[in-house]
Design a protein around this ligand. Structure first.
Ligand code: ZN
Length: 517
């Protein structure tokens, strides 16, 4: 059992501020009702984790300040996600793999066997994303909107109040008010698709609200049941304007990207990106490590027929950068000129770069099919390298802000090492290693005898352009064996790199947010 205080110490307490002065008065007046709706959702999520958790959570949060209270507040219960959800306190109950979404003691095999013995219609309901499985003379599926009816009714009432406040802002607020009312209605009816479609279509709103059952990570039994999460955001208008400039400059950015002869890029350009500040979150979105970006909904029908939104959470990104990225860059580089603005545009252009470069080969085959299991590492390295390349080659044009080479390199290294701490062995880790090893080979980065990185920013432009050319060439034409050879050469950490990452142990790995709302 890990010491819970030591686990918490890895997460730096951070106030998440946001500027509310730009919000219209009706929207500002609606914030308490919206918070109430999110708090109602929080209760549902606690019940999803364990039906006895809401009472324990209330008791601990009403109790004395200290490790247990902080732990419950941040991880939403006594379980330590850094130790496979093992209980972090003596006497705490074990976390069930199926949480409270399945009967206690039901194994995945038993569920498969018993559900296979039911009628096709009942089987479909048992395996639905939005039902709880219970014992009742055989396995029974209970709809979420029935199981959590009391909480959902309170949430719907709060959302209708919020809609009424928002309407006071006049005709321009009608879209948001109608969305809030639709969300209220569909939550209690258990119709998630129509509200998600309306959310994707909602544009130019001063706030964004996501709430409902979405991700299925909570369900470790079969990975099917969706967990409730809620997030309330203020839209960042200044960054929104910068984004529109980049959208307008997209053809120019695409032209700066290598597209080897015969290959074709994807059509359709950019998925809609929204830049926001997080005001409040609840349920799964409030638990442990916070997302700095997401892309919803997951429903394939909505994605195919209506689309999706890509959301970048500026204040969370900035807090992570200041609390983790900057100290990490100072530790590896000595003095560092890393800054949040270049880092933000690097992340933004990473997303843009996924849509640029080869998507189809000369024979018409999609690049991901041609490269198979090697694709993700190469594609993530391409998106990072493409972002750096666009910042270096187009800074000051096509909506891309201009930054100096040293500032860009230091900010990039901050993000790279922050990410490499989370592990070097999955696709993102392999992508990070490709980038680092390439920059080291071309002399942009080198280790000094003290184990610090020495950089030559003046060599960055050429090295990045060459790596991007190579990655696009691999996507456009490499055989699987060639791609494997490239990954074998560049995808391994050196002992110096492993030592440097191990030396970052005292720097927090992430933030523990405090909201002002
Ligand atoms: Zn990516």
């Amino acid at each position: 059992m890990q010491d819970p205080a030591a686990v918490l110490a890895k997460f730096s307490p951070t106030s998440l501020g946001a500027d509310l002065s730009g919000l219209p008065p009706g929207v500002r007046a609606a914030l308490p009702s919206l918070k109430r709706a999110l708090d109602g959702l929080h209760r549902i999520y606690l019940r999803q984790l364990d039906e006895s958790l809401p009472a324990a959570y209330d008791r601990v949060l009403a109790g004395p300040a200290g490790t247990e209270r902080d732990f419950y507040e941040f991880f939403l219960g006594p379980w330590n996600p850094l130790e496979g959800d093992a209980p972090a306190f003596p006497g705490a109950p074990e976390r069930r793999p199926g949480a409270a979404l399945y009967p206690a003691g039901l194994s995945a095999e038993e569920f498969a066997r018993r559900s296979a013995a039911t009628s096709p219609a009942e089987r479909e309901r048992l395996h639905d994303h939005y039902t709880v499985v219970q014992e009742g003379g055989g396995l029974v599926a209970v709809d979420y909107h029935v199981q959590y009816a009391a909480e959902l009714a309170g949430m719907a009432e709060a959302l209708r109040e919020a809609a009424a406040s928002v309407r006071a802002d006049g005709p321009s607020a009608e879209g948001l008010a109608a969305y809030l009312e639709l969300r209220a209605k569909t939550l209690v009816e258990g119709d998630y698709r129509s509200a998600d479609a309306a959310w994707v279509k909602l544009r130019d709103s001063p706030i964004e609200l996501v709430l409902g059952p979405y991700e299925v990570y909570l369900d470790a039994l079969t990975g099917t049941k969706a967990a409730y999460e809620g997030m309330l955001f203020a839209v960042d208008r200044e960054k929104g304007r910068a984004l529109r400039d980049i959208e307008a400059g997209l053809p120019e950015l695409a032209a700066a990207f290598p597209l080897p002869a015969g290959s074709r890029s994807a059509v359709g350009g950019l998925a809609p990106i929204v830049v926001v500040d997080l005001l409040y979150s609840s349920g799964e979105a409030r638990q442990g490590v916070m997302a700095a970006a997401f892309n919803l909904p997951n429903d394939p029908w909505v994605r195919g027929n209506v689309g999706w939104k890509q959301v970048m959470i500026r204040n969370v990104m900035e807090a992570k950068f200041r609390k983790v990225g900057e100290p990490v860059s100072r530790a590896v580089l000595g003095d560092s000129t890393a800054g949040f603005e270049p880092f933000f545009f690097f992340v933004l252009l990473h997303e843009v770069s996924h849509g640029l470069g080869p998507a189809f080969r000369a024979d018409g085959k999609p690049v991901d099919q041609a490269l198979g299991a090697r694709y993700t590492a190469i594609e993530e390295a391409k998106a990072d390298t493409g972002a750096l390349h666009l910042l270096l080659a187009k800074g000051g044009a096509a909506g891309v802000p201009a930054f100096g080479e040293r500032e860009l390199l230091d900010s990039y290294v901050a993000g790279l090492f922050r990410s490499m701490r989370f592990g070097l062995h999955e696709a993102h880790g392999a992508a990070n290693l490709i980038e680092f090893n390439w920059l080291a080979e071309s002399g942009v980065l080198a280790w000094n005898p003290e184990g610090r990185l020495v950089s030559r920013p003046e060599a960055l432009r050429k090295s990045v352009a060459a790596l991007l050319g190579e990655l696009c060439r691999l996507e456009a034409a490499a055989t699987p064996a060639e791609a494997d050879a490239f990954l074998a050469r560049y995808g391994k950490p050196s002992p110096e790199l492993e030592a440097a990452i191990a030396g970052l142990a005292d720097i927090p790995t992430d933030i523990r947010p405090r909201f002002s709302l």
